[in-house]
Ligand binder design. Sequence first.
Ligand SMILES: [Zn+2]
Ligand SMILES: [Zn+2]
Length: 444
Amino acid sequence: MRLGYLLLAAACVSAPALAQPDYAPAVEADYKASLGALFDYFHRNPELGFLESKTAARMAAELKKAGATVTEGIGKTGVVAVMKNGDGPVVMIRADMDGLPVEEKSGLANASKARQVNLAGEEVPVMHACGHDVHITSMVGTAKRLAAMKDRWKGTVVFVVQPAEEPISGAKAMIADGIYTRFPKPDYALALHVSSGLGTGKVSASEGIQYSSADSLEILVRGVGTHGASPHMGKDPVYIGSQIVVALQSIVSREVMPLSPAVITVGSFHAGTRPNIISDQAKLEITVRANDEETRAQLIKAVERVARGVARTHGLPEDKLPEVRHVEGTPTTINDGALARRLNAVMVETLGKDGFEPFVQDGMGAEDFAYFIEKQYGVPGYYFAVGGTPQAAFDAEKAGGPPVPGHHSPLFRIDPEPSVTTGTVAMTAAVLELMKPGAAGETD
Ligand SMILES: [Zn+2]
Ligand SMILES: [Zn+2]
């Protein structure tokens, strides 16, 4: 009893379990030798979606150096690298590589000063404010380790370097460009995301829903312009648009089954030029989130019905009813149950009990990895989060210190070394499990 207590006390004061499979020291050494500098390069040189030419070229060179056969320009700036090692399953690893139009204010020595002309022709600051630099660096780390341990796996690894995750269009572009027809079709697809909300040295994954669906809709409300002093002479799209904003919330509160998560957010509303002019149009931009395809379809349909219905109520004729346009969307990201149970067990084995947490959604974020694992392709997927923030930063926040900045913040800062090494070790462990000679596949 006494001894047990002492052992428990000793366990409590020791450092949290670190990644320690036999190849972990080699990953640490790789970080010191080259991965650290590679991360630094990516962090200083972020590029926007579909404009990642330098990043793609560097990834192509790195994956070639690791021994893979590389094809560039898949889905515009995407890169596909194939590493073959005899007969066995095909495992795809996907890493997204785009940065965001955010001006970095992290204060870090390697903070980005990059600016880029975006696809709309405007010059904007660019920052890796979501941590995609961790994803691509970890992918190179994983390729190096797999190349060095070819006696421990059999089959084909397909490394997919994806452009434009942030505008949720890169995965779709790569699929349209033949990722599943021009290259070996995967038996499994894996991906990771660094998380500022998770402690370093840890990974976290769900056995089902990992991310929500996201759809961007645009509503063009057409009115009849007139003098601001004579509203009876026109149809005011600002007033009608405002009624639509309010009415849209009734979809979530009155139409969706209360136990089904759903979000409708009007993120932008633009109309008019002057206080005394009633505009002739208003534009609303909306994001719609759901955790299942049925609710997703219900929400999208209802937005159109409500928008048009409100406009009718205010007397707009049928040929002037609002136009609702679906701009972009991504399905829910759902981990395959059997695959996730198998790989979650591998994560516990690899990183220790303290190194794994079941994934719990704390919002309705989305990911376009969902496209690669849509039911129609029959490719079971496993997506996991990798801790990016040292425990000390969470402790400081709790004690009243500065809050840990979230993703997309100009202050976003993760600790690159443990993020990349844990990401590399965890991804390598997942691949070795799925590709160990004689491994049997089981998925839901
Ligand atoms: Zn992001
Ligand atoms: Zn991201």
